[in-house]
Design a protein around this ligand. Sequence first.
Ligand code: NAD
Ligand code: TYD
Length: 355
Amino acid sequence: MILVTGGAGFIGSNFVLDWLAGSDEPVVNLDKLTYAGNPENLASLEGDPRHIFVQGDIADTDAVNRLLALQKPRAIVNFAAESHVDRSIHGPEAFIQTNIVGTFRLLESVRKYWSELQGDAKAGFRFLHVSTDEVYGSLSPAEAAFTESRPFEPNSPYSASKASSDHLVRAYHHTYGLPVLTTNCSNNYGPYHFPEKLIPLMIVNALAGKPLPIYGDGQQVRDWLYVKDHCSAIRRVMEKGIAGQTYNIGGWNEKPNLEIVHTVCALLDELRPRVDGKSYREQITYVKDRPGHDRRYAIDARKIERELGWKPAETFDSGIRKTVQWYLANPEWVAHVQSGSYRDWLQTNYAARAA
Ligand code: NAD
Ligand code: TYD
């Protein structure tokens, strides 16, 4: 079996669902269930003996040691993290705790477990660490996309904490020989995306008749990948990646934020027109920029294509249409995540950003 951490979050839950749709190899899913962890994402697996859910913290060494000894995974995929840049600006502590201390403690537990394995079990074991393109910092408009050899220049508490964890993972390979793999992926979008992030926030706000808040001039560029393509890339790296290597994952889909919001509005205009016949674009408002806002991310995904033969299946047009359709088809999921703590976050993040 495999152990997935953070498998109740956005990408982790998509990964678990896709894994079990394509394989009968069981998954142990260790998740702390922070605000971002949502068991409803995994509701379709209820009663499925191939999915074992354990609520717990990657930083809880005793619990992780017990889990490894009991379940004996052949591989671990580490998604568990605090993941939202704006939250890291308002409160960096949790990012240091989970992304740095948590990854360190998990690595220690895994090192102990792996060092006691024998023969093929030891040789075949893999620890895959899921990371972000944000560790590389910000690109100017004319610069080439990030390759795996680009120096790290993180600019937010989130990206700095992820960069730290990537360095620790690397060091455990070089120092102890732990068979690690690291993936650095661009911005994901798709089903089960928590509506604090750009694309789901815009869909949810548009449908609720609320403002669509664009930070600064809206010309910041992100490189978008449909979440299921990220999951297929991770499976490929687990299967074929070379221990100790890093793989950048992206779909060559650079777009300015404003263009993304216009696309979401156009799809909603088509699929769920406003009752007054006007475009959802009318709801766009410009708000105060994010401090230290990275201007552009772009992933050079040639290594994973060349060495592992991976390419994304979705274009941005097909992926964003599926995403908008998913949110329209799942109003209960949206209603359930808009709890009291979600409303508190909207107040914290947006009240001080007057249009
Ligand atoms: P998310 O915030 O939606 O989910 C994170 C999950 O981790 C949640 O289920 C949460 O409960 C769990 N978690 C948090 N702290 C934990 C802890 N201490 N122990 C156990 N579980 C804990 O995040 P996501 O968007 O799914 O991102 C998953 C991973 O992918 C992260 O490592 C993130 O840095 C990385 N990543 C995300 C993106 C993106 O666009 N979302 C892009 C590239 C890389
Ligand atoms: P986000 O989804 O938070 O991802 P990240 O910061 O990790 O790239 O934001 C994507 C982009 O959208 C980023 O440039 C910030 C911008 N943004 C807005 O303009 N308005 C918003 O309300 C949010 C949440 C993000």
